[in-house]
Design a binder for this molecule. Structure first.
Ligand SMILES: [Zn+2]
Length: 127
């Protein structure tokens, strides 16, 4: 078997493992969020932080004070309670900005980039 083929296979296995790992991380995030939810609701006295309207626990929406795209976390201190209406209007305003600032690079383009670098290094070492 050609060593380059083996290298390519190893890289794709690594990318696949990373993809699996990333998915696991996302589901963990949701678990933390549901556990922290009640504390955040209590801290905000069950009221929307914007319009101060009392909200039922089941209708309360968690809003990130520092958005994920700017390095915010799911930490209790970064969350606040917001009613559906306020959360929606805030979201609508923030979304176009986020889309502009985020440059989305598909994972397979990154994979091809890594692959290219490895092939170049390999061919250099062979000489
Ligand atoms: Zn509100």
């Amino acid at each position: 078997m050609n060593p380059i083929v083996i290298l390519v296979l190893i890289i794709f296995v690594l990318i696949f493992l990373k993809w699996l790992f990333g998915k696991e991380k996302k589901s963990q995030r949701k678990l933390i969020l549901s556990r922290v939810r009640r504390n955040v609701y209590q801290r905000c006295n069950g009221r929307c932080v914007w319009c101060k309207k009392p909200i039922e626990y089941k209708d309360a929406q968690m809003d990130h004070i520092i958005p994920f795209s700017k390095g915010g976390t799911d930490d209790e201190n970064n969350l606040q309670v917001m009613c559906e209406r306020c959360n929606k209007s805030k979201g609508d305003r923030d979304r176009p900005k986020h889309h502009k600032s985020l440059i989305y690079i598909p994972w397979w383009i990154k994979a091809l980039g890594i692959l290219f670098v490895i092939i170049v290094i390999y061919s250099m070492l062979r000489k």
